[in-house]
Design a protein around this ligand. Structure first.
Ligand SMILES: Nc1ncnc2c1ncn2[C@@H]1O[C@H](COP(=O)(O)OP(=O)(O)OP(=O)(O)O)[C@@H](O)[C@H]1O
Ligand SMILES: [Mg+2]
Length: 261
């Protein structure tokens, strides 16, 4: 994988006073943060706290009521090619009759010119590389509906990789996958980060958040904290945001400070 140079000083993702609503109550309210290129960032928060909404707003799928999102200094509609998205599991129609290979090739469509007959040798190579990276090359002719949940996640990861995007947005990529697949996917995220790409990953498991991510965004409609896992995984803060007893989060104090990071 080749690292993409970015203009120094320009953050990969800049979110300023972002407010997004579906109805009368905002799902996100006055959120501001910025992420430098080459960071692996986790988004945590309880169900319904606005994590998927944040990802969709960064993608430019949802129009903000107020505020804005800039990607490498540009408005979202000018940077769409540079962003890849792995949706949350329930959001995909798995009965759609396409093969693994076709799904991954969809990641290349942005690069295939309209006058071309079809994918180039280079496009095919990107697709092959991505399938090997997620260890799904043996399933390339399989219909996506005939895969297990963890395999489906890997295929969507391959599509994002094949796109060659600079920013990857992943909505709970580890949901419902076994421990070995989770490890394999995490290695892919890490190597993608090592290549200079920026990853924002919605994540549910607070116990692994400190180990997996460089920094964490804790949201519940508002941005409650953004910083290192040590700064964010404070039991007092978590019990407030998750509305759980302090005791339920005490063990995370050790996870966030005693790890091998
Ligand atoms: N299409 C929609 N129309 C109306 N309200 C929506 C829509 N999508 C989400 N919401 C609401 O916006 C809020 C944030 O939803 P969102 O999906 O961003 O939460 P989340 O943090 O991703 O939750 P989960 O952990 O369950 O995936 C919730 O109150 C939800 O009910
Ligand atoms: Mg969600």
């Amino acid at each position: 994988m080749i690292a993409r140079p970015t203009r120094s000083g320009v953050p990969a993702v800049q979110v300023d006073h972002l407010t997004v609503s579906y109805g009368p109550t905002p799902a996100l309210l006055d959120i501001s943060f910025q992420i430098e290129a080459g960071q692996l960032v986790g988004v945590i928060g309880p169900n319904g706290s606005g994590k998927s909404t944040l990802i969709k707003a960064i993608l430019g799928f949802l129009k903000p009521d107020l505020g804005e999102v800039r990607l490498f200094g540009a408005p979202t509609d000018k940077a769409r090619r540079r962003v890849a998205y792995v949706p949350q599991r329930g959001a995909v129609d798995w009965d759609f009759p396409v093969t693994v290979e076709q799904v991954v090739m969809m990641g290349r469509y942005g690069q295939i010119p309209f006058w071309a007959w079809g994918p180039s040798r280079e496009d095919r190579q990107h697709v092959d590389d991505a399938l090997v990276t997620v260890r799904m090359e043996k399933f390339r002719r399989r219909q996506i509906g005939q895969l297990s949940g963890g395999q489906q996640q890997r295929v969507f990861m391959a599509r994002a990789l094949a796109q060659g995007a600079d920013i990857l947005l992943l909505d709970e990529p580890f949901a419902g996958v076994d421990a070995a697949t989770e490890r394999a996917l995490l290695e892919v995220l890490d190597s993608t980060k090592q290549a200079g790409r920026t990853l924002i990953v919605v994540h549910h498991d607070l116990a692994t958040a400190a180990e997996y991510f460089d920094s964490l965004l804790l949201i519940k409609q508002r941005l409650f904290a953004f910083g290192s896992p040590q700064q964010v995984l404070q039991p007092e803060l978590l019990s407030e945001v998750y509305e759980g007893s302090l005791k339920a989060f005490e063990h995370l104090r050790d996870v966030s400070t005693g790890g091998d990071k």
